[in-house]
Design a protein around this ligand. Sequence first.
Ligand code: WT7
Length: 651
Amino acid sequence: MRVSTEQTIAALGRESRIFEPPADFAANANVKADAYERAEKDRLGFWDEAAQRITWAEPYTEVLDWSGAPHAKWFVGGKLNAAYNCVDRHVENGLGDRVAYHFEGEGGDTRTITYKDLQDEVNKAANALTELGVKTGDRVAIYMPMIPETVFAMLACARIGAPHTVIFGGFSSKAIADRVQDCSVEFVITADGGYRKGKASPLKAAVDEALESCPDVHTVLVVKRTGQEVAWTEGRDKWWSDAVDGQSTEHTPEAFDAEHPLYIMYSSGTTGKPKGILHTTGGYMVGTSYTHYAVFDIKPETDVFWTAADIGWVTGHSYIVYGPLANATTSIMYEGTPDTPHQGRWWEIVQKYKATILYCAPTAIRTFMKWGHQIPAEYDLSSLRLIGSVGEPINPEAWVWYRKNIGGDRTPVVDTWWQTENGQILISPLPGVTATKPGAAMRPLPGIVADVFNEDGKPVGNNEGGYLVVKEPWPGMLRTLWGDDDRFQRTYWDRFPGVYFAGDGAKRDQDGDIWVIGRVDDVMNVSGHRLSTTEIESALVSHDAVAEAAVVGAADETTGQSIEAFVILKQSAHGGGEDIVAKLRQHVREEIGAIASPRSIMLVEELPKTRSGKIMRRLLRDIAENREPGDSTTLADSSVVDRIRSEVSGG
Ligand code: WT7
C-alpha cells in the first residue's frame, strides 16, 4: 500500500501508512528477504558467512564460544588487525585513490583523504605512538574535534593494539579526569581546539585542567587545528606535527586476537559513575561491517555516505570510522553545527558532495522541521537514495517530514535501534526488504534474536508492551565494563537471567513489529545523548549550596527529553535567588559538560519521597510536564506534591 504524503499534520499523529521499498531499490538491494530465513536456520553459520567480509591474518576455529556466558568469545582463535582491515587491504586491492573522507570544516575549509592518504597518516601516527612509548594494551584517551586526525589517531591505536577511549569534545575537564583515571590512561591525544558555532572553541585547556588530577599521564599529543593560544607543559606536551610528520609511512601491522580490546567508550548508567563499555576486535569489525552493508545497502563504488554524528559517540565509532572503512566506503565528515553559518549548511553539504545516504538523529530532524521545509528545499538533494535515523525514538511526524523533505518522498527511511553496548545496529528495517511504518524500528536484523518481555520474562503478544531484550549474543556486543565486571553482570544480565536487558521499553504492534519507546530506567535521552539522572543529581549535590537534588527528563518536542532539576538549598544558601540557579547550572557544566546543563532548576523546600526514602521521580516528571500528578498514595507525605507545584509555579 502506498498513499501520497499530502495529508495534514493532524493526521500524522495517527500515521498508519506503510512504505514499501521502491521496486528498483528492492531489486538491487545488497540484502534480500532470504537473509532472515538463512540466519534463522543457522545463526552462527550466518555470522560465519558475514565474517568473510573481514580479512583474518589467522582463521578462527569457532564462530562463538558462549560457554562463559555472559562473556562471549566471537571468532575464537582468529587473528586480525582492525586498521589493516579498514585501510591497507583496500590499498592493496587497488583502491588507494578512492576517497575515504570528504572533510568539511565548519568554516568551509576542506580536505580530501584518500585510502592511500589514510594509510600514510595512520602508519606515521602508529610509528609516532610507538616511539613515544605506547605499547599494545595501553589505553589512549582521545579528546578531539571532528577532524581527520581523530580517525588517524583511532586507527593508529588500533594498529598497535592500544585500546582508545574517545571522550566527546563537549565533556568537561572533570569528565575527562574521571575517564582517564578509570582506565589508567597515560597517553592523551587532543587538539588546541575545534570550530563550533563560528568560533574556535578550546579543547586542550580542558585536558590541561583534567590532568592536574591525573599525574600518570606522561604525554599529550596536540593537533594544531585552530591555532589558538594554548598553555604548554614542557616534557609532557608535544605537537602532533613534530611527532608524526617526520615518521615513516611504512608500518607493519601486528595481528591481534579476535578478543583483543579495540576500545572503551564511556556511557551513562543509572548510577553516578559512567560505565566503561568494552568492545573487542573481531566481532565488532564483523558486526559493524555487516550492518553497514546491510542496513545502508552500501555500494562502495558509488555511494557517498554521511553519518552526521560526532566521532565521540558510538554512532561515530561504528558508522563514521570502523564500519564504513571496513567496507571501503567514501564518507563525509563535517566538523561543525547544522546552523553555522546558516541553517542550510547540511543540505549544502549533501548537494556539494552528492551524498547518497544520510544517517542522523531525530533531534536534528525535529530541529530542521522547526526551521522550516523551505530551507532544505533550496538545495538539490536528489542524490540521496536512503536516509536513516538513530539515537532516540523518532516520532511519526518527524519520520514523515524527513522522508518527504529530505528523502524527496522517494527514499526508504531506516529507523535503527541500538546502543553503545551493542556496538552495531540490532533492530532496523532492511531498506530493500521491509515495508516500513513511520516511527517503528520494525524487526531484528538477520542474525539478531531480540524480543519484548513482560515483567515475568515471558514474551509479550501483539499489541502489548514490555522490556526490550536480546536473547542470543551478537558479534559487536560489549564484553564487559572496564574494571567492573560485577556491574556488567548486574546491569545487563540479571533482570532476566541469561538474556541481555537493554534498559528500553518497547511494544509489539498488531503485526508483531517492534516500536522502541525509550528508557525504562533513570537514564535520560537528551538530543540523542544518554545522560543519567543520578549523575546530574550527584553533580548538583556536590555544590556547597545544595542539600538535595532530584533530576528528571521531561518530554520535549525538539530534544526528545529535557533535563529538569528540583533542588533543595541548604539553609545557609537561602536568598541566593536567580544567581544561585545560574551558579548551579555552571557547576553542572563544569562537573559533566554543557550537554548535562539542566533546562530548568527549580528551588523547592522538599521532594516527594516514599516511606523508604526513595524519590518518586515519576511525580516530579508529572510536575515538569505540567500534568496532573499520578498516584501518590505511596508518598510519606502526600501533600508534598501540591506544595512543590505551588512553589514551581511561583505561587
Ligand atoms: C539508547 C542508547 C546507538 C547510537 C546512539 C545512542 C535510544 C537509540 C533508538 C531508536 C528508539 C533509540 C535507546 C537506547 N535509542 N536508537 N532507533 N529508537 N530509541 O547510543 O547513547 O548508547 O543510547 O538510545 O533508549 O537504549 P546510546
